[in-house]
Design a protein around this ligand. Structure first.
Ligand code: FAD
Length: 390
């Protein structure tokens, strides 16, 4: 049994803490805020992540609080035309969960914290902002504004601006996109109006849209439409009523129904920490890497890291360097490259290249072998089956 401090009760820290506590370690989870952030962020949960949630005993509740999406579609947005559809049912021999579940990330945090709350070997401290760490040969001391904690190992799951990463002096290498992403949440029923499914990637040369449905806290369902902003668009313009209504109009919402329930405007980065481990401290999730959300890979890969690390820490004599050796290249070579390619596919401006990309997608969807191979990558099953089972 080890004494483990997890910094940050986001989805990755919560899964890490639960996985470590279930393995019998003594776990302290330190969260800076007094309440869990329930603003709209990630929701797409890929099959391997569902496998992890099943092992943690959360899967039934997780599915009950979300929406099951078996398919995803690519659209030519200006033409209002479906280009290709991919069906996870084709992976039924590869996973017990041949679908994606759209459950908002704060629901996973709530569920995980509830389970932790019932465990004698786990302690959650809210309002505990970590300010620094100091490592010794056989332990780490973690300081918050109020107290100090001694740990055998520390898992830095404190998000993109990670204090843990900064206190270790680890570079966050990469770049920030010049445009921002705007998320408009709306009750308009796109499935009924356009005949689309719950996850849609709508390509457009000037502006693209990532359109998907989530359950909402009331389980009544609502849609999230993610748009790129213009590079020179101010926050005030992007968030202004006229431009929000115009954007909804460009995804075919009739004039009278252009209603936003929530707006979220954020900067998007592609960055990877230069190291994922420094001595007794590990980085997981957004603390280790950030990427654009197209394809729903960032949070999923963070949860895979949390699981991988919890397994390594629980295996006597395990080579703990395996974590960085496996996870860092996987993020660079797969998550970063794939999310950049996903973005390029949506924003292609050259008409000939656009047509080529659409033809490629159709040909892939029409060929059973290529269809399955495409889904194995898009679902992270390929990397999970290959590398994640510590
Ligand atoms: C505005 C926004 C919108 C997004 N939208 C999408 C989306 O549509 N689709 C998608 O796939 N992904 C999206 N993402 C990314 C996704 O939300 C992240 O990948 C995911 O939250 C990563 O989880 P995490 O647990 O690693 O980090 P976080 O969720 O950031 O959690 C980190 C936790 O650590 C806590 N913390 C921070 N500093 C400290 C400290 N010093 N001490 C203690 N606790 C600390 C924070 O309060 C927080 O609870 C979005 C991200 C943002 C910021």
């Amino acid at each position: 049994m080890r004494n483990i401090v997890v910094v940050g009760a986001g989805p990755v820290g919560t899964v890490a803490a639960l996985a470590c506590a279930r393995a019998g370690h003594r776990v302290t989870l330190l969260e800076a805020e007094q309440r869990i952030d329930d603003s709209p962020r990630a929701s797409t949960t890929q099959p391997p992540t569902l496998e992890i949630l099943a092992e943690l005993g959360l899967i039934d509740e997780y599915i009950a609080q979300g929406l099951v999406a078996r398919t995803f579609q690519f659209w030519d947005r200006p033409a209002r035309a479906l280009v290709a559809e991919f069906d996870f049912a084709r992976l039924r021999r590869r996973t017990a969960y041949p679908f994606v579940v759209q459950t908002e990330q704060h629901k996973l945090v709530r569920m995980g914290l509830e389970r932790l709350g019932a465990m004698d070997n786990a302690t959650l401290v809210m309002g505990a902002r970590v300010t620094g760490l100091s490592q010794r040969s056989s332990s780490v001391e973690v300081s918050t504004e109020q107290a100090r904690y001694e740990a055998d190992y520390v898992l830095g799951c404190d998000g993109g601006r990670s204090t843990v990463r900064k206190s270790l002096g680890i570079e966050f290498e990469g770049f920030t996109w010049p445009e921002r992403f705007l998320v408009i949440t709306t009750p308009y029923d796109f499935a009924a109006a356009l005949g689309c499914c719950y996850r849609n990637y709508m390509a457009g040369p000037e502006e693209w849209t990532n359109l998907f449905k989530v359950a909402g806290d009331d389980l009544k369902g609502r849609w999230r439409a993610v748009f790129n902003t213009r590079e020179d668009e101010s926050d005030a313009e992007a968030l202004g009523e006229d431009s929000v209504r115009a954007r909804l109009g460009r995804i075919y919402v009739p004039e009278a129904e252009r209603r936003a329930l929530h707006l979220n405007l954020y900067s998007v980065h592609q960055r990877v920490a230069q190291r994922f481990r420094a001595g007794r401290v590990f980085l997981c999730g957004d603390a280790a890497h950030v990427n654009n959300p197209i394809g729903g890979l960032g949070l999923n890969s963070g949860i895979h890291e949390a699981w991988h690390l919890a397994r390594l820490l629980s295996r006597e004599g395990a080579d703990l360097d395996e974590y960085e050796r496996v996870r860092r290249p996987l993020n660079i070579e797969y998550v970063q490259q794939q999310t950049i390619a996903n973005k390029r596919r949506l924003e292609e401006r050259d008409p000939a290249k656009r047509a080529e990309r659409f033809a490629e997608l159709r040909a892939t969807a029409d060929d059973p072998k290529r269809h399955e191979a495409f889904l194995m990558r898009a679902s992270l099953l390929e990397t999970w089956k290959g590398a994640s089972r510590a």
